[in-house]
Ligand binder design. Sequence first.
Ligand SMILES: [Ca+2]
Length: 178
Amino acid sequence: MAVTGFGVRTFTIKYVRRILFTTTIVFIFTLLSSCGGGKVIKKRNLLDVVQDATASSQFSEGYRAMFAFDGKIDTRWMATETTWKGWLEARYAEPRSFSKASFTCAVQEKEGVPKDFFIEYFDPVTNDWAVALEVKDNQKEKWSGSFEAHSSDRWRIRVTSVINDQGDLTISELTFYN
Ligand SMILES: [Ca+2]
């Protein structure tokens, strides 16, 4: 009897503990949801995601424009051979206000890394591209720069020369942000 009673008590305590644990989790989740914190973060992240990407050219299917916006350093966009210039555009679901840009090129000997380039946004008023920043003689594989904030759903980098022309124009990751 004593052993059975002990077994029932242990089982009951475990059961009550599980209910208490589940209730606490549900309570915390409800509390966070009512604050709206989680929803706001999710919405902001979705807006910052590049919806579509295009480029002046692509070397092959393995070097698509979208590969410069997938968050992976081992995938990249590359233009067609022998041009050493071109542009890479990010499109967003809604106009986004940005004041900074950065890129990373995971390549050897700075092959195909942008040297002279423009950061541009599409201006719906003039229906044309506008220059947010002009960069001359960049020598870094990991570049970042800031400029006066502009709002647009289309942002791009337009490159006119590369550091080492042994490789064609390429970018592993391009980011526009604030
Ligand atoms: Ca990538």
